[in-house]
Design a binder for this molecule. Sequence first.
Ligand code: NAD
Length: 360
Amino acid sequence: MGVFEAPSNVTGHEQVVFCQDKESGLKAIIAIYSTALGPALGGTRFYAYANEDDAVYDALDLSKGMAYKNALAGLDLGGGKAVIWGDPATDKSEPLLRAYGRFIETLGGRYITACDVGTYVQDMDVIAKETSFVTGRSSDHGGAGDSSVLTAWGVVCGMRAALQHRFETTSFAGRTVGIAGVGKVGRYLVPHMIEEGAEVVATDIAPQAKKWLAENYPQVTFVDSTQELITSNIDIYAPCALGGALDDDTVAQLRASIVVGSANNQLAHPGVEKLLQDRGILYAPDYLVNSGGVIQVSDEIEGFNFDRAKRRASQIFDITQTILRTADAENVSPAVAADALAERRIADCGRIRTIYLGKN
Ligand code: NAD
């Protein structure tokens, strides 16, 4: 697949950069979807793609998603994303990460990286040896640390807004929340839910997640599959594992009347948002409610301040309310309303940059 011939849902990028350093084995693709709102911020995914087409597609798709996410979160940042093609378990090395950092530096700040699947805070510290255009570094290096902290908090804020919209109360009392995926985000979300007074049902395919729950939160009911979770008596479904959690079958069987979770790309295909709407299930768009993580790492650009970042992530409550109300008023799904708001901010705020400043 050539970049210019990419499927229509992932075209329209400003710039796509291919980077190679044969000695270290680096093969990376940096995709910048839009810099209309500012430098393109988005993480680096280190993944063993089956082929180059898959790597290119992922970079194009994810970078577009970041542009929408950053716009809706009210950040003065455009959208970008990078992929490193390789197996992080065997191919990651200091020279490879540093070579990658130097390529980021060549973009002069048009792209700012962060963690994603297969990359961690420690990797950002290594990349930072070669470029200043990196966030998500460790707190030892002035970084924002693990973005899962505010990702989980943002999901709580999104849930509160959905509860308010549906039940006219933000209280979780008497509600049961089903969490699929007790990984980095899920492990912060579980204690939040317990503090909020919710009953929690959870599932995960990893045995260590089940063990962690039993040791730390024995009051959580563990079920053995997502199928069992979605057909349990839950009020809120929180997909916190992989993408594609909401497909035709899941929507048809889901007992919950609200879906709010951290997983990216929850809708398995276009049209699922309509199926949810038709069944009366309130779906808060994933890229809206999981933006706490990018809010956390973007704060690092100013010099990280956790309280400021948390206050900003708390605004996910207000934005979610706005989207849900707009969706009702315009009789569209929240996913459609969210896309429209993000596109409007990119166009409106991006346009003012065309005003000539009289210098250079
Ligand atoms: P993670 O890899 O730490 O956790 C995912 C968990 O899901 C793991 O425990 C895994 O065993 C489990 N899992 C995988 N497949 C499953 C299945 N079929 N059924 C049940 N459990 C399954 O990832 P994470 O950082 O917690 O992220 C979770 C989701 O949230 C991802 O989609 C990620 O892209 C998204 N997200 C994360 C952040 C962040 O800051 N970490 C930010 C935005 C979005």
